[in-house]
Design a protein around this ligand. Structure first.
Ligand SMILES: [Zn+2]
Length: 88
């Protein structure tokens, strides 16, 4: 199975891209459709991102420039290039 898994190392840029709504509340913005996630209650950015990961958000890193962006579950579903099977 070739499933792109989010590795801990990739959480840093993803977490830092989250918007802080208020203390303990975060949201992510999809780099493709610009949609915002719902507010996530978390103790910190990495915690918030881990919650989003569980909901299907993914972090992509551009092969060209090294910049990355978050992808919401909708975009992931629509543009998934690889196998769709998820083992969760
Ligand atoms: Zn999206």
């Amino acid at each position: 199975m070739n499933i792109e898994k989010p590795y801990p190392l990739m959480m840093a840029p993803a977490a830092s891209s989250l918007r802080v709504l208020s203390a303990g509340s975060f949201e992510a913005q999809c780099g493709k459709c610009r949609r915002f996630s719902h507010p996530v209650d978390a103790v910190g950015r990495e915690h918030a991102w881990s919650e989003l990961l569980r909901e299907g958000w993914t972090w992509y890193t551009s092969p060209l420039g090294g910049t990355g962006y978050a992808s919401c579950i909708e975009c992931l579903t629509h543009s998934a290039p690889g196998p769709r099977g998820r083992s969760s």
